[in-house]
Design a binder for this molecule. Sequence first.
Ligand code: CTP
Length: 396
Amino acid sequence: MLSGRKILLIVSGSVAAYKVLEFTRLARKAGASVTAILTAGGARFVTKEALAAITGQAVHDDLWAAEADIGHIRLARLPDLVLVAPASADLLAKMTHGLADDLATCVLLATRAPIMVAPAMNPAMWENPATQANIATLRARGIMLAGPEVGAMAEPESGPGRLIEPAALLATVEAALTPTAQPLKGRHVLVTSGPTHEPIDPVRYIANRSSGKQGHAIAAALAALGARVTLVSGPVAQPDPKGVTVRRVESARDMLAACEAALPADVAICAAAVADWRSAAAADQKMKKIAGEVPPPIALALNPDILATLSATGPHRPKLVVGFAAETEKLEEHARAKRRKKGCDWIVANDVSGDVMGGAENTVLLITPKGTEAWPRMKKEDVAAKLAARIAEALA
Ligand code: CTP
C-alpha cells in the first residue's frame, strides 16, 4: 500500500504517456498523492487538463511559473519518490549530464528523494550505446529503473523500449517505497572484480576479457542488503557502485595485498578474472624491436592465488568464501574440482565459452556442500541479487 506516500511524477515526451494516467489512478487508489510535472515533450502526448483531473492537483509545467508559485526547490523537497514516466531518451541524457534547463530537470537535480525512471522509446534508441551508457551511469548513481518491457511499439516494430504497464509500474513503486530489510547490516563483505593487468614493460601488459560487470553487480547487490562492502577491482570501465568502498589495483599481487589489507571480513567473493601468470621479469624500459632479430621470449611466473589464500584456515578466514569458476568445458566437474582445490565454501560456475565475458547475462551453477543448483540464464544484476540473497540466508 502507498498510504500517505507522495509521488512527484515527471511526464516526458513519449507516445506511451497516456499510460501514466492509468498508473496515477491506481497509485491514488492505493493511497498515494501524485503531483505532476509535464515537460514540453510530454505535453505533446498528454494534456495538462487530463493530468490535473487524474491527479486532482494543479500540474506544473513552467520553471518560471513554478518559481512564482511553489518554487522548484520546494517541489523537489516534497516527495517520497520522484518518478519519471515515461522517461524519454533525451531526458535520460539530460539527467546523466546534470542539465537543468526546464522545471523537470531542475527538480531532478535539486531533489534528495529517491528517483525512479521508466524509459519508453523506440528499440533502436534504447539499444543505442549512448542510451545504454546513460542508463548504466544513472543506475550506478542509485537511480532505480522500472522496465522497459519488450513488445510491440507504436510504429510497426517490436523490441525492448516499451513503457512498463501501469500495474507493474505500481508494484515496482510500492517495492521501492517499502523499507527493505537489511539482513547484511553489520557484515563486512570483500569482493574482487575485473581482470588484472600484468606488466611486460612500462607500456605492455598481459590481461583478459573480463569487464567487471558481474563482480561490480555483486558488490552493489550486497550493499543494497546493508553490507559494508570493500570492492577490490582490477582495471575496468564500470562506474563505482553506490555506497561501496572501492580499491583500484592493477596486478594480481596488488589485488592480493589490497584484499589482505581489507580483512577481517565475514564473507569474501572472488569474482575477479585474475591473470594466472605474470611476466617473470617485467622490463623497466620499453622493449625495443630490432629488425632481423628473433622476438624476445616472455618467461612467465605463477601469480598468487587470491581465492586459495583467502580460503586457507587462519584467524582471518572469512566465514564464507565464494569463488567463481570460468570454464569452457565440463563445467560442473571442473568447478567441483576447483572448489576442493581452492578450499572455498561455494563456487559459482559459469560457462565462458560464449558471450559471457563482457556480456550482460550469465548462466551459472551454484555449487555448495549441499549440492548443485542450476540457475536459468539471467541478467548479471539478477545473478548478483540472487547470490546476495543466498549469502544473507546462509549468514542468518
Ligand atoms: N583466482 C584467484 N587468484 C588467481 C586465480 C584465480 O583468486 N590467481 C580466483 C578467481 O577469482 C575465481 C577462481 O579463482 O574465483 C577460479 O578462477 P578461474 O580463472 O576459473 O580458475 P583458475 O584458478 O585460473 O584455474 P584454471 O585457469 O586452471 O581454470
